[in-house]
Write a protein that binds this ligand. Sequence first.
Ligand SMILES: NC(=O)c1ccc[n+]([C@@H]2O[C@H](COP(=O)([O-])OP(=O)(O)OC[C@H]3O[C@@H](n4cnc5c(N)ncnc54)[C@H](OP(=O)(O)O)[C@@H]3O)[C@@H](O)[C@H]2O)c1
Length: 235
Amino acid sequence: MKIQNSVALVTGANRGLGLAFTQSLLAGGARKVYAAARDPGAIKLEGVQPVRLDVTRPGEVETAARDLGDVTLLINNAGIIRGSAFLGENGLEAARAEFETNFFGPVSVSRAFSPILGRNGGGAIVNVLSALSWVAFPNSATYSASKAAAWAFTNGLRHEVRGQGTQVLALHVGYMDTDMVRGITAPKSKPEDVVRHVLEALEAGKSEILADEVSRRIKQGLSAEPGVYLLPPAG
Ligand SMILES: NC(=O)c1ccc[n+]([C@@H]2O[C@H](COP(=O)([O-])OP(=O)(O)OC[C@H]3O[C@@H](n4cnc5c(N)ncnc54)[C@H](OP(=O)(O)O)[C@@H]3O)[C@@H](O)[C@H]2O)c1
């Protein structure tokens, strides 16, 4: 996958990591960047093409796939966090909402765009996952479940599109400095640094990128004894 001359579609492109993706793709020489948002009026970056796309609305996914037949790079970035525990007051509702956006959203958009990528020579799909795909915090356990499911989806999808030459890249990362974790005072990566790592990994043909120290430490801890996911969260 080369960024130069690519035609990219970024979901949740109006702010946070999605905005950083659109900026870096333009700077990296993408031929076209479709900046998708629930409200396309929220796309303020010049040089991109705003697209209306709520990833939980099948009609909008269908329309996007019908209209954007030249996409070669799909970035499944849109996501939400409800800050919920399973046994909390709204735990079930939060889990459902997070699964709709963080799991079924990328599934639905990838199902719609995989044939397009295949017709355009293969291309690539980036799925924005999390260090929390692998561990759970009490105040965001339902989010972790949705990102764990999205990780499993990513691993399955990779096999399903290999034959058509589509690269599937999973991004795992800890806190980034965006609205999503505005209230948290832990060290955070800059979205533009994370995007740089992702685009380098894409061009290197990789299947997984661990964009910060936290995600690398947690992944190593999966095979530790006891596994990192068994330990009560620090703090
Ligand atoms: N920030 C972190 O610490 C962190 C860490 C690991 C992974 N992530 C992941 O990184 C991705 C980007 O998050 P962020 O940090 O940039 O968060 P953010 O600043 O809250 O931005 C989230 C983006 O997703 C969009 N979105 C939400 N629901 C959507 C839907 N149904 N359809 C289309 N777009 C939707 C939002 O659009 P609106 O403006 O319309 O709400 C917004 O553009 C997410 O997948 C998140 O889970 C974040």
